[in-house]
Design a protein around this ligand. Structure first.
Ligand code: GLN
Length: 446
């Protein structure tokens, strides 16, 4: 009730939720209360959380912040939703985001922009901006997010919370609406690394219904939080401390790194030589995969359908034109172009080759160091509208986050102080399935 009251008070201004589900939340809370009175309560009994509106929730609209899915009520729960429900979590509602998770500011939502609770003139980041804003403003104890190119880490950084993008394959993608299937990964967003560790433990694990989920035991992330940092080798990529990084942010990051040194870690300069290829490679591969994933929205089976179509072709084109916003249409056009016969080798294949080089840089670096550290974003939260007319300026927001998705690695963002009263994030990247070490470092730094 306390969270629902706060949502009613504060969310008119923030717009962090697309849907709130008070009746089912209260019924779930009462059920949790009864379990807590006994002695077999599940570990997260009664914890009120929110889900990014990209996760299918049975009986509760799942819009992906798009007009295309404004009328879509899923008949099933995403595996992540099901597992958290099973662990006892109460679902408060569904959070705002960029349409189909394409963006870095949560401004492209069909339901209007979400705002940053630290300064409502600023964006909360994106695409999981609603989840980050809701957690930062105490409108949920924690939330789920998805990260295709930074969408958990960048909003976590801009809203001053902690969020972890797990290794590709660690968390099931079943019921998580697909954007770029080789990059998408769901994860928790919460106030602390400890909360993230608890939630990740409940979300992770093999799912026979997602062929890309790994059949590999889930460590006890919470128990691992006290792992010693003595002798931990932390790599600092030279490419991440260049001229794009605002100097006040660099100062905050260096201060956090000194604290890690004081906890026993050693800092090592490293190279990620192909870093500059990550934006061009990502912005071919992600739109290419999006263009095929979004082909399913044809106005026939579910989702938006235009009024009185003249024929089948008119039904397809008008439903898609009306259902998708500008950024989504831009991605479909770029992706379709890049995959066209005659252009495939020049764009898509080239981008895949660049992806391979980026991944190899990370694997080589992990031969020398245990984790990699640096900024999550070049600057703190920016003003609403500042980058909406310039897609490339928006894409540059992802400069430090995209490589991690291209390489399939785990990475988190945690608060690292403030610049001009706005939070900035420290990013920690680990080798494949190295989540426990990242969470331990973040926990001890907090
Ligand atoms: N900002 C990136 C994009 O627009 C990443 C988004 C994401 O991680 N979902 O594609």
């Amino acid at each position: 009730r306390s969270y629902l009251d706060r949502i009613a008070q504060r969310d008119g201004e923030l717009n962090s939720y697309i849907s709130v589900a008070p009746e089912t939340a209260l019924a779930e809370a009462e059920a949790a209360d009864r379990l807590l009175a006994g002695d077999s309560a599940p570990p997260l009994a009664g914890i009120p959380i929110a889900h990014k509106d990209i996760f299918c929730t049975r009986g509760l609209r799942t819009s992906c912040a798009s007009r295309m899915l404004d009328n879509f009520v899923p008949p099933y729960d995403a595996t992540v939703v099901e597992r958290l429900r099973h662990a006892g979590c109460v679902t408060l509602g569904k959070t705002n985001m960029d349409e189909f998770a394409m963006g870095s500011s949560s401004e492209s939502s069909y339901y209007g922009a979400c705002r940053n609770p630290w300064d409502s003139r600023c964006v909360p980041g994106g695409s999981s901006g609603g989840s980050a804003a809701a957690v930062a403003a105490d409108l949920a104890a924690a939330a789920t997010g998805t990260d295709t190119g930074g969408s958990i880490r960048q909003p976590a950084a801009l809203c001053g919370i902690t969020g972890i993008k797990p290794t590709y394959g660690r968390v099931s993608r079943l019921g998580m609406i697909a954007f770029a299937s080789s990059l998408d990964q769901g994860g928790p967003m919460a106030r602390t690394a400890e909360d993230c560790a608890i939630l990740l433990g409940a979300m992770a694990g093999h799912d026979a219904r997602d062929s890309t989920s790994m059949d590999r035991p889930v460590p006890d992330y919470r128990a691992a939080l006290s792992l010693s940092l003595q002798g931990l080798r932390i790599g600092l990529p030279r490419e991440w401390f260049g001229e794009q990084l605002q100097s006040a942010v660099a100062d905050r990051i260096r201060a956090a790194l000194r604290e890690l040194e004081a906890l026993g870690a050693t800092l090592v300069d490293i190279d990620l030589a192909h870093s500059e290829l990550s934006i061009p490679a990502y912005y071919i591969i992600a739109p290419a995969e999006a263009s095929t994933n979004l082909a399913r929205y044809d106005g026939v089976r579910y989702g938006h359908r235009c009024d009185s179509p003249r024929d089948l072709h008119d039904l397809y084109t008008r439903s898609r034109e009306e259902g998708f916003g500008d950024e989504v249409q831009r991605r479909i056009l770029i992706g379709t172009y890049a995959l066209s016969s005659g252009y495939y080798d020049a764009f898509y294949k080239k981008a895949q080759q660049a992806r391979r080089l980026i991944r190899q840089d990370y694997l080589d670096a992990f031969g020398q160091v245990d984790i990699i550290a640096g900024p999550t974003t070049p600057g703190p939260a920016f003003r609403l509208g500042e980058k909406t007319d310039d897609p490339v300026a928006m894409y540059l927001e992802d400069i430090y986050t995209l490589g991690v998705n291209l390489a399939g690695l785990p990475a988190l963002s945690m608060p690292a102080g403030q610049v001009d009263g706005l939070p900035v994030g420290l990013q920690l990247v680990g080798p494949h399935f190295g989540e426990a070490q990242l969470l331990a470092a973040a926990h001890q730094l907090q």
